[in-house]
Design a protein around this ligand. Structure first.
Ligand code: GDP
Ligand code: MN
Length: 383
C-alpha cells in the first residue's frame, strides 16, 4: 500500500469513528438534575452550587433546560445554550446540555432497559410518593413535565439516599459512596445546590455568559434605544412579590430571605437586618434613588426592567429618558441590566442577584433600593 492510500484509509476509519458519536462518553460519570424549585433567579443560584458540587465529584454536568411558568402557555423549557454559552461554561468544568446527553449518549450508555434509568432522592422526599418509599420524581409540576420534556421515564426505579449520612450534597461522600463504576449516571430529583446561593459560589457567575444570540439582541437594543452611560433599574413589584415581602420586617428578624445576603452580608456576626422597605421600597424612595444615582453617574437614559409596574408616571418629572424593552423577555432584560453603566436592584430578589453577581465579576457598580451602602462591601468580604 502506498503512503497516500494508507492515509486515505486512516481518514476513512477516523471518519467512521467520529461519525458514530460526536460526543465521547466520560467514564467519570454524569449528573443530571431537575431545577424544580422556583423561577429563573432561584434556578441560577442552585445551578452555581450544583456546578461546584459536580466539579468536585469530577463528573460531567448534564445541564438542564431552564423552567418557566406562564399562566397562558403553562410550563415551558429553554435549553441552556439558547440563552448562555456552553463553551464559557466548559472553561470551568466539563458540561453538556441535556439535549445532547439524551440524543448522543443516553441511547447507548443510559438505555431505557428497566434498570439503568434510576432517580436519586434524599430519604426525606419519599414521604410524598405513592408507596412512601420511592422518589416522587414525576409527581406534580414541574417534576413530571420536566422529565417528560426529555422523554425520561425512571424505569430503573429509585435510589433513595441517606441525606444525613451524605452530608447533603457533600462531594467527598458522594465519590466514596456512589462511584461511577456502579453509578455512571446520577439523576437527582432536585438541584444538588443550596438556596440561597453560598457566598463562595457567587464568583462562578463568570462562567455564565450570554449566548451570542442574546448578546446581539441586547447590544442592538442598547445601540438603538439607549445612550451611554445609562442606568438600569430592576423593579420587582408584582403581586407574588408584594405577598412575599409581607413576611419581612415583622417580629421575626430576617437576614437570609431569598437574595438578601447580597445586601445583608454572609457573616452571621455582622449581618445587616433586612427591612420591609428593602424588599418593597416606596415609590417616593425609588424615584429619589434614581435621581441620585443618575446624577452621580451622569446618565440621561434609564433602562427599566420589571415584572409588573415600570412606574413611568412616577419617573416622568425626573426629566430622564425612560426606556423599556418592548416585550416581556426576561433574559434580555437581564442582559441589558448586566451591561449597564450603573444598576439599582432589589436586595431580596434573586432576579436582581444574577445581575449583581455578573456585574460584581466585571467590577461594575451596583446599588439597591432602600439600602444605602454601595455594593463593594460584599466584594471586600469575599477576599
Ligand atoms: P425573584 O422572585 O425576584 O427572586 O426571581 P425569580 O427569577 O425567582 O422569579 C421572578 C420571575 O419574575 C423571573 O424569573 C421573571 O420571569 C419575572 N421577572 C422578574 N423581574 C423581571 C424583569 O425585570 N423583567 C422581566 N421580563 N421579568 C421579570
Ligand atoms: Mn422567585
Amino acid at each position: 500500500m502506498t503512503m497516500s492510500r494508507f492515509f486515505v484509509l486512516v481518514l476513512l476509519v477516523l471518519d467512521c469513528v467520529v461519525a458514530s458519536s460526536d460526543v465521547e462518553w466520560d467514564a467519570n460519570g454524569y449528573v443530571l438534575y431537575c431545577p424544580c424549585m422556583g423561577r429563573f433567579g432561584n434556578q441560577v443560584e442552585q445551578f452555581l452550587g450544583a456546578l461546584r458540587f459536580i466539579k468536585e465529584m469530577n463528573r460531567t454536568i448534564v445541564v438542564p433546560p431552564w423552567v418557566a411558568y406562564n399562566h397562558e402557555e403553562g410550563t415551558s423549557f429553554t435549553s441552556y445554550s439558547s440563552w448562555f454559552d456552553m463553551d464559557e461554561l466548559n472553561k470551568y468544568h466539563r458540561a453538556i446540555p441535556m439535549e445532547t446527553f439524551m440524543k448522543e449518549l443516553a441511547p447507548i450508555h443510559w438505555p431505557d432497559d428497566g434498570k439503568s434509568r434510576k432517580v436519586y432522592c434524599p430519604d426525606g422526599a419519599t414521604k410524598r410518593s405513592d408507596d412512601g418509599k420511592s422518589c416522587p420524581a414525576k409527581i406534580g409540576n414541574p417534576f413530571g413535565p420536566f422529565w417528560d420534556h426529555s422523554n425520561i421515564e425512571f424505569t430503573g426505579g429509585s435510589e433513595v439516599f441517606d441525606y444525613g449520612k451524605m452530608w447533603g450534597y457533600n462531594a467527598k461522600k458522594w465519590v466514596e459512596g456512589y462511584p461511577p463504576s456502579a453509578h455512571p449516571v446520577i439523576a437527582f430529583m432536585g438541584a444538588p445546590g443550596s438556596f440561597p446561593i453560598k457566598q463562595e459560589d457567587r464568583g462562578l457567575q463568570k462562567y455564565v455568559k450570554f449566548s451570542s444570540k442574546i448578546q446581539d439582541i441586547a447590544l442592538s437594543f442598547i445601540e438603538k434605544s439607549l445612550k451611554r452611560p445609562y442606568l438600569a433599574v430592576h423593579l420587582r413589584n408584582g403581586m407574588d412579590w408584594v405577598r412575599s415581602c409581607e413576611h419581612v420586617g415583622g417580629s421575626t428578624v430576617y437576614h437570609d430571605f431569598m437574595g438578601s445576603a447580597q445586601c445583608c452580608g454572609y457573616d452571621p456576626r455582622k449581618k445587616h437586618t433586612l427591612t420591609k422597605e428593602m424588599c418593597l421600597p416606596t415609590k417616593t424612595s425609588i424615584v429619589e434613588k434614581v435621581r441620585r444615582v443618575s446624577a452621580l453617574h451622569n446618565v440621561s437614559h434609564v433602562f427599566i426592567a420589571t415584572d409588573k409596574d415600570a412606574m413611568l408616571a412616577e419617573f416622568r418629572d425626573t426629566g430622564l429618558e425612560l426606556v423599556k424593552y418592548p416585550s416581556n423577555y426576561p433574559v434580555v432584560d437581564m442582559a441589558i441590566m448586566t451591561m449597564a453603566d450603573a444598576f439599582i436592584g432589589n436586595c431580596v430578589s434573586t432576579f436582581t442577584s444574577f445581575a449583581v453577581r455578573d456585574r460584581e465579576v466585571k467590577g461594575l457598580p451596583n446599588y439597591f433600593w432602600a439600602f444605602e451602602e454601595e455594593h463593594p462591601k460584599i466584594a471586600h468580604e469575599e477576599l
